[in-house]
Design a protein around this ligand. Structure first.
Ligand code: ZN
Length: 163
């Protein structure tokens, strides 16, 4: 591993209460492991009978609208910005659903349930295809997306507990 500031090879150095931590001797600083932060959204139509799934990057599987958090942003801000950029709509409400760590991209993803005031979508060029999926078909349609299917499953678990 290398120092992201100066490019020096990192060494291991003992830090009290932390253990052996990467250390840059030229910056004279400990370098902690970090994780990427992202959000994904279960977007509901106004009567909450459908959710919005998309296809992206030339792949033929449904996924959720999602994106990385920028430095300085809150998770809620990321949700607003990504929805504005990708589907041209802003949520009328945002509710936390669950978070999961995704090892392949070293990313902590927080999922939110977002409600819209209409079903009008204005997708940008990043979105190949979108569809409003009836809730009864949601689990099946999202089954190929490793993380999104867990978020959708949890959405239904939460709903069951309410009823
Ligand atoms: Zn350095």
């Amino acid at each position: 591993m290398y120092c992201s500031k100066c490019g020096n090879v990192l060494e291991k150095k003992f830090l009290e209460k932390e253990g052996m931590i990467n250390f840059c001797s030229s910056c004279n600083e400990y370098v902690f492991d970090r994780t990427n932060v992202a959000v994904s959204m279960i977007i509901l139509n106004p009567d909450e009978t459908k959710m919005l799934f998309i296809k992206q990057y030339g792949k033929d599987k449904f996924i959720l609208v999602a994106g990385y958090t920028n430095p300085g942003e809150s998770l809620e801000h990321t949700v607003y910005r990504e929805m504005g950029e990708e589907i041209g709509r802003y949520p009328k409400s945002i509710e936390f659903n669950m978070s999961k760590y995704f090892a392949p991209s070293n990313t902590l993803i927080s999922n939110f349930i977002c409600k819209l005031t209409s079903m009008d979508i204005f997708p940008n060029e990043e979105i190949d295809y979108y569809e409003w999926i009836p809730l009864e078909e949601a689990n099946e349609k999202i089954a190929q997306a490793r993380l999104a299917r867990e978020f959708v499953k949890e959405f239904f678990n939460k709903r069951k507990k309410l009823n």
